[in-house]
Design a protein around this ligand. Structure first.
Ligand code: BES
Ligand code: ZN
Length: 851
C-alpha cells in the first residue's frame, strides 16, 4: 500500500471547524466535528495531521451511539491514527477532535506574517497556505484532493481584528471578550483550498460582478495600492463567467495581500491570497512588467475558481489540469482586457522557458507519477505551467477557439464539485470537436520532451521531419535513460511566400516525415506560422538564408522563435557559435522587445562562460548589437509609443549599462537618477537602478539599502532589494549575502536574492561558498520551496571547477527537492560548461574583432 495515501473506506462529508488563533502566544486551539461516511466496519480512522497536539477524540452518531477514540500520531507519515476499542459499524458518524498547534514562521499551514503599521510599529497577522499538502498542519483532515467536503468555519479572534475565510460571514458576536465569526458553508471542495486570514485588515469597497462582491484586502496603509488589482479582478471574473458559461461558484470574492507569502498567489475559493508585489501596485509608478505581473496573477487565480476549485484533479499527478489551464486562461483573459499588451506574443517567452527545460534528458512528462508530498511540490514547475499552457494553446489553435471553449464548458459542467483526470478533459473536448483527442495529445502530455522539426527542400517538395530535441547527446551518468525514437503528432502550420504572395498550409506531422508540394517561384518557407507550436524548427542553410535575406515579413513571434531556436541549436552544438553571433548581427534593426529578450539572454549566458580577460570584448559586442536600436529609441518615450517599445527602452538601457558596460549610458543613468525621478518613464527607472548598482560603489550601496527599507510600494522595495545583488564589489555582495540570513530580508525573498547572486559573474564564487557554509541555516529559515529555487542558481556556476564542486556538495548533502529537480539543475549546468568547453576558442576568436 502507498504509505502516502489514506484508506478510502472512511470519507469526510463535512467539517465544522472552529479555530482560535492567538497572535501573542503564537498558538492556536482548534475543535472540529467531521461528518463521516464509514463504508466498511473499522476499528480505526486514519487522517492527516502534522505538528498538531491532540486532545479528546470521540465518535458519535444520530442513534446516540458513541465511542471514545485514542489518537496516535505518526509524525513522519504526517498522519494520525485514531483507534477504537470496538469496530465502528458502517454509516454516518461524527468525529469530534480537539487539537492545538503553533502559528509557525515557515509560510505554510497556519502561519504568522509580520509587517510594519503606518507608524512604523511591528505587527503580526495570521494567514494560511495549504497547497499542496499543508492543510493537515492547521486541522486534522483527509488532506487529498479527492476527499471533497463542505467546510463550515468559525474563527474566534481578538475583537480588534478582522477575519476572512472562503465564504461570507453569516454571524459575528462577542463571547467572553472574543469575537466569534462564523462563515457560510463552502461548496463541496478539496482541503487545500480552505483559507483563513486574521489581522488588522483594510478592504476596498466591494464591486459587484453579477451578485458577487469583489474586494481587495491589505494591511493598514496600503489600500491606495489596490485599485489596479481590483480592476483586473473584476474584469477577469466577468470574462471567466462568460467564457466558462458557469456562474462563479462562491458567494463573494476577496483578494488578500499577505506581507509574507511563499508562492506568488493561491487560489483559495473566494479568499485568494497573494504576495504583495502580485496584487498591490501604484499603476502610475510601475513598469509595464510589474503591472503585467499583477494582471497575470490575479487573472490566473480567478481562472482557478472553476478550473481547480470547482473541478479538481483527482491526484497531484494531474496538477497540470489546474495550473496549465489557469495559465492558459490567464493569458486569454489579460489579452481580452488589454489587447494592446499583445499578451500572446509575449507568451512566447514563457513557451521558450518551457522548451529550455524540456530539452533536458532529465525533463519529465507533463503528467508525472507523484507519491510523497515533496514530489507534489516539485510538480509546480515550468513544465506543468508553461509547457502545459503551451500545448493547450496549440490544441486550441488546432481545434478552433469556439470548439475548444465548448469542450471546456462541458467538462466543467460534467465534473462540477467533483474530481477529474486528463482523459476526462480529452473526452469533453473530443465530444465538442467530434474527433478523438488522445491520439493527438497524449504524446505531449505523457511523453517527456518535444520534437525538433527539420525543414529542407528536395526539388519542388518541402520535407519536414521530426526527432526529439535535446541539448546533450546523452543523459548525465547515473540518470534515467531517455526513451528512443519518440514521435509526436505535430500540428504544423507552414507559410510559403512565392511571387510576392503568401499561402498557409496546415498539416499534422505524424510519423518521422512528411512532404509538402512547394509553390512555384518560392521565396521563403516559414514553419510554425503564428508561433503556437510547441516544437523547435531547424532550417537547412538554404531555407534559413531565404528567410533572413528576403523581405519575408515575419511576425514578431516568428522572429522570436527563429532566434530562440537558432540559439538552442547552437547551445546543443548543431550550429556554430560563430554562425549564431553572425546571425545576431542581422538583428541590429530589430525593434521587438521579446526578440531582444532572447538575444540579450544569449549574451548573458556567454558572459557566464567567457574568460574574464575577454569580458570587455564581449561587452563591446553587446554595445555593437544594441547601440543602434537604442540610438533610435532615445531615453524618453515618444507620444503614441506602444507598451512593448517602452519596455524595450528599459531593457536596452539595462543591457548597455550593465552587460555592455557602456560608460556613457552609466553616466547618463546617474544624472537622470539624480534628477526628478518622478519625470522618468516607469519602464526606465528599474533599469537605471540596475545600471547604477552595476556601476556603483559603497555609497550607492548604502543609498539603495535605505531606499529598500523606506520603499513606498512593494515594487519599489523589490527593485532595490534585487539591486543589492547587482553590485560588483565582493565586500558589498558579502553584505547582501549576510542580510539574506540575518533576518533583514523576508524569507519569501531571501532565497531569490541568493539565487540572483549565484548567477552573477561577480557574485557567484562568493555566493556559492556562502551557500555551502550556511546551507543548514538556510534550510532552517527559508520556506521549503525557497531552497529549491535558490539551488536553481547553481546553473550559473558555469566553470568546470565550480561544476565539480557543485556535484561534490550535492553528493554529500543529497537535498530532497522532489521529482527531478536536482537532476535538471545539474544537467543545465553541464550544458553551460560544455558550451564553454566546446566554443571557448571560437568565442575568443570572434571577440578579437572587438578588441
Ligand atoms: N496554486 C498555485 C500556488 C501554489 C504554487 C501553491 C506552488 C503551492 C505550490 C497558484 O495558482 C499559482 O500558480 N501561483 C503562481 C502564480 C501564477 C500567476 C503562475 C505562483 O505562485 O507563482
Ligand atoms: Zn495556479
Amino acid at each position: 500500500m502507498d504509505p502516502y495515501r489514506l484508506p478510502r473506506h472512511v470519507r469526510p462529508i463535512r467539517y465544522d471547524l472552529r479555530l482560535e488563533p492567538d497572535l501573542t502566544t503564537l498558538t492556536f486551539t482548534g475543535d472540529e466535528t467531521v461528518t463521516l461516511e464509514v463504508q466498511e466496519a473499522t476499528a480505526e480512522i486514519v487522517l492527516n495531521a502534522v505538528d498538531l497536539a491532540f486532545g479528546e477524540a470521540t465518535l458519535s452518531n444520530a442513534r446516540g451511539e458513541s465511542h471514545r477514540g485514542t489518537p496516535i500520531v505518526d509524525e513522519a507519515g504526517e498522519r494520525c491514527r485514531i483507534t477504537f476499542a470496538s469496530r465502528i459499524a458502517p454509516g454516518t458518524w461524527q468525529l469530534r477532535l480537539a487539537f492545538t498547534g503553533t502559528l509557525n514562521d515557515k509560510l505554510r499551514g497556519f502561519y504568522r506574517s509580520s509587517y510594519k503599521d503606518p507608524t512604523g510599529e511591528a505587527r503580526l497577522m495570521a494567514a494560511t497556505q495549504f497547497e499542496a499538502t499543508d492543510a493537515r498542519r492547521a486541522f486534522p483532515c483527509w488532506d487529498e484532493p479527492a476527499f471533497k467536503a463542505v467546510f463550515a468555519v468559525t474563527l474566534v479572534i481578538d475583537p480588534q481584528l478582522t477575519a476572512v475565510s472562503n465564504t461570507s460571514i453569516v454571524s459575528e458576536r462577542v463571547e467572553r471578550g472574543r469575537k466569534v465569526v462564523t462563515f457560510a458553508d463552502t461548496m463541496k471542495m478539496s482541503t487545500y483550498l480552505v483559507a483563513f486570514v486574521v489581522g488588522e485588515l483594510e478592504a476596498t469597497d466591494a464591486v459587484l460582478v453579477g451578485r458577487t462582491p469583489v474586494r481587495v484586502w491589505c494591511v493598514p496603509g496600503k489600500r491606495h495600492l489596490a485599485a489596479f488589482g481590483h480592476e483586473i479582478g473584476v474584469a477577469s471574473l466577468r470574462f471567466f463567467e462568460d467564457y466558462y458559461g458557469v456562474p462563479y461558484p462562491s458567494d463573494k470574492l476577496d483578494l488578500l495581500a499577505i506581507p509574507d507569502f511563499a508562492a506568488g498567489a493561491m487560489e483559495n475559493l473566494g479568499a485568494i491570497t497573494f504576495r504583495e508585489t502580485a496584487l498591490l501596485v501604484d499603476a502610475r509608478a510601475a513598469s509595464h512588467a510589474e503591472l503585467e505581473r499583477v494582471a497575470d496573477v490575479v487573472a490566473h487565480e480567478n481562472a482557478h475558481m472553476w478550473f481547480g476549485d470547482l473541478v479538481t484533479m483527482t491526484w497531484w499527478n494531474g496538477i497540470w489540469l489546474n495550473e496549465a489551464f489557469a495559465t492558459f486562461m490567464e493569458i486569454l483573459a489579460v489579452d481580452a482586457w488589454k489587447p494592446e499588451w499583445q499578451r500572446w506574443t509575449t507568451f512566447g517567452v514563457s513557451r521558450a522557458a518551457a522548451l529550455s527545460v524540456d530539452g533536458l534528458h532529465s525533463t519529465r512528462p507533463i503528467e508525472f507519477h507523484v507519491e510523497a508530498p515533496r514530489d507534489a511540490d516539485a510538480m509546480f514547475d515550468v513544465l506543468t505551467y508553461e509547457k502545459g499552457a503551451s500545448v493547450l494553446r496549440m490544441l486550441e489553435q488546432y481545434l478552433g477557439a469556439t470548439v475548444f471553449r465548448d469542450g471546456v464548458r462541458e467538462y466543467l459542467r460534467r465534473h462540477a464539485y467533483d474530481n477529474a483526470e486528463t482523459g476526462d478533459l480529452w473526452a469533453a473536448l473530443g465530444r465538442a470537436a467530434n474527433q478523438p483527442i488522445p491520439e493527438v495529445m497524449d504524446a505531449w502530455i505523457f511523453q517527456p520532451g518535444y520534437p525538433l522539426v527539420s525543414a529542407r527542400l528536395d526539388g519542388n517538395q518541402l520535407v519536414l521531419s521530426q526527432q526529439r530535441f535535446t541539448y546533450l547527446p546523452e543523459p548525465l551518468p547515473g540518470s534515467t535513460p531517455t526513451p528512443r525514437n519518440q514521435l509526436w503528432q505535430v500540428p504544423v502550420q507552414v507559410r510559403f511566400s512565392a511571387s510576392g504572395r503568401s499561402s498557409a498550409e496546415r498539416r499534422l506531422l505524424v510519423g518521422t516525415d512528411i512532404r509538402l508540394a512547394v509553390p512555384e517561384r518560392l521565396d521563403s518557407v516559414l514553419v510554425n506560422e503564428g508561433g503556437h507550436g510547441f516544437y523547435r524548427v531547424r532550417y537547412s542553410g538554404e531555407l534559413l538564408e531565404r528567410l533572413l535575406g528576403g523581405s519575408s515579413g515575419l511576425a514578431a513571434i516568428e522572429r522570436f522563435n527563429l532566434v530562440n531556436d537558432a540559439w538552442a541549436v547552437t547551445v546543443a552544438g548543431h550550429m556554430t557559435l560563430t554562425d549564431y553571433l553572425e546571425l545576431t548581427a542581422r538583428f541590429r534593426g530589430e525593434r521587438d522587445r521579446n526578440v531582444w529578450s532572447v538575444l540579450l539572454a544569449s549574451f548573458a549566458l556567454l558572459n557566464r562562460i567567457v574568460e574574464p580577460e575577454h569580458r570587455p570584448r564581449l561587452a563591446a559586442l553587446v554595445r555593437d548589437r544594441v547601440a543602434p536600436a537604442f540610438a533610435e529609441l532615445g531615453w524618453t518615450p515618444r507620444s503614441g509609443e506602444d507598451e512593448l517599445t517602452r519596455q524595450l527602452r528599459g531593457d536596452l538601457v539595462r543591457a548597455l549599462g550593465a552587460l555592455g558596460d557602456d560608460r556613457a549610458v552609466q553616466a547618463r543613468a546617474a544624472a537622470l537618477y539624480a534628477g526628478a525621478a518622478a519625470d522618468l518613464d516607469p519602464n526606465v527607472l528599474p533599469a537605471l537602478i540596475g545600471v547604477l548598482a552595476y556601476a556603483g560603489d559603497a555609497a550607492r550601496y548604502d543609498e539603495f539599502s535605505k531606499k529598500f527599507r523606506s520603499a513606498s510600494t512593494p515594487q519599489e522595495e523589490q527593485r532595490y532589494l534585487y539591486a543589492l545583488a547587482a553590485f560588483r564589489q565582493r565586500e558589498l555582495l558579502g553584505q547582501t549575502l549576510e542580510r539574506a540570513i540575518n533576518g533583514e530580508f523576508r524569507t519569501q525573498d531571501a532565497p531569490f536574492v541568493v539565487r540572483s547572486l549565484l548567477t552573477s559573474v561577480y557574485g557567484r564564487e562568493l555566493a556559492w561558498e556562502f551557500v555551502k557554509t550556511h546551507w543548514d541555516t538556510m534550510e532552517r529559515q527559508y520556506p521549503k520551496a525557497g531552497l529549491r529555487r535558490l539551488a536553481e542558481g547553481v546553473v550559473g556556476l558555469a566553470t568546470p571547477e565550480l561544476e565539480r564542486d557543485v556535484h561534490a556538495f550535492f553528493q554529500a548533502r543529497r537535498p530532497e527537492f522532489g521529482g527531478k529537480t536536482l537532476e535538471q539543475y545539474l544537467e543545465q549546468l553541464r550544458i553551460a560548461v560544455r558550451l564553454r568547453e566546446r566554443e571557448s576558442t571560437a568565442l575568443t576568436k570572434y571577440l578579437a574583432r572587438f578588441a
